[in-house]
Design a protein around this ligand. Structure first.
Ligand SMILES: [Zn+2]
Length: 146
């Protein structure tokens, strides 16, 4: 039994490492890197301000395809809010089945409010990753820019 658990843990850790490796969209999202080259910074200054840079400092890709491009990220913000709502609701229902509705509502609203800075910047870079695709630099390109 213990060997099975260790084996499952190794598979899980290996897959998580592969998913967060450069070249995957999750790498770009969680490191706030350019969705095109995964090297330049996606945000100007702190990511929590949510100010998207005009273009990538490494590959030169413009981060806005059209005026108001990031208004679509509100759909992603909504989806993140729903995910937080469902997660907290299920967790509270399973862990504390006797919890009253007002207390449950307070916990859920507090959780969504506390996660707002994260969902604000995550929604923008997730939205950008829908439209920009990873294109690694070739050896010639990286040699000429350095
Ligand atoms: Zn780039």
């Amino acid at each position: 039994m213990l060997q099975h658990l260790i084996f499952l843990r190794l598979i899980f850790e290996r897959n998580v490492i592969v998913m967060l490796k450069e070249g995957s969209k999750l790498y770009s999202i969680f490191n706030s890197k350019c969705p095109h080259c995964h090297e330049g910074d996606f945000f100007e200054g702190s990511r929590f301000k949510g100010k998207v840079a005009e273009k990538c400092t490494v590959c030169g890709e413009k981060f806005s395809k059209e005026p108001g491009f990031y208004q679509g990220s509100y759909y992603v913000t909504y989806a993140i809010g729903v995910a937080i709502f469902v997660t907290l609701w299920v967790a509270c229902s399973v862990l504390f089945p006797e919890m009253s509705i007002p207390v449950l509502a307070t916990i859920i609203v507090s959780g969504i409010v506390l996660m707002t800075p994260f969902s604000y910047y995550l929604s923008k870079i997730i939205w950008a990753n829908f439209f920009f695709h990873y294109k690694p630099k070739t050896k010639n390109e990286s040699a000429s820019t350095r």
